[in-house]
Design a protein around this ligand. Structure first.
Ligand code: FES
Length: 206
């Protein structure tokens, strides 16, 4: 690859971008037990994630993925594909973009949203597996609402950020990256921040 531009990425990101693991090779006949396809219009990306499942144990034994996304989406999904092998379906469902980011070392601020593609496609693949195997009752039905359209941050993630310690709008931004593009979500995010702090801790933002 060209090395004429300055990398903004960690060595781990570089390694996964240049040598992505578990990429779907069009030639191979990968027999998937679950398939998930997702796209992020703002990113212009699409992501396909395929899983093989040990049905007796409910464990992901193998996976493949394919994207037309950017370096961050490629590196994030490559590392995700290594993380989820050997996990139960329930464990894999809970892997978050921040878990992926921790494994990668870090991503440039404006690229963190790219890491949501892989984990969304993975969750879609797990739901697809549940659907195909008569396990619809395991599909997470929680209705989530996107508060920050630019960074794809949901009310559920705001609640998690509060549970993880966010008490101010700045801390919420640090944890979720919401409000870092157009800023239109600030009022709704602040209302929700207050609501979740009140609900879980009986207090207000600082
Ligand atoms: S909607 Fe949140 S930054 Fe644009």
């Amino acid at each position: 690859m060209a090395s004429t531009f300055e990398w903004l990425y960690s060595d781990i990101v570089k390694d996964h971008f240049l040598n992505p693991r578990n990429v779907l090779n069009d030639e191979e006949k990968f027999q998937a037990d679950g398939e998930g396809l997702t796209g992020n219009i703002k990113c212009g990306d699409e992501m396909l994630f395929l899983i093989k499942v040990d049905k007796a144990k409910g464990i992901i034994t193998d996976c493949r993925w394919k994207t037309y996304g950017c370096a961050s989406a490629i590196a994030s999904t490559s590392v995700l594909s290594e993380m989820v092998k050997g996990m139960t379906l329930e464990e894999a469902y809970k892997v978050s973009p921040r878990d992926i980011e921790k494994r990668l070392g870090s991503l440039p601020e404006h690229k963190i949203h790219c890491s949501v593609l892989g984990d969304k496609a993975l969750r879609a693949a797990i739901d697809d597996y549940y659907r195909k195997n008569g396990l619809e009752n395991k599909i997470t039905k929680k209705e989530v609402h996107i508060v920050c359209q630019c960074m794809n941050v949901t009310d559920d993630e705001i609640e998690n950020a509060v549970l993880e310690g966010a008490r101010t709008y700045i801390e919420l931004q640090e944890k979720t990256k919401l409000g870092t593009v157009c800023g239109k979500c600030k009022d709704e995010a602040t209302t929700l921040l207050n609501h979740y702090i009140e609900t879980h801790f009986g207090g207000k933002t600082q």
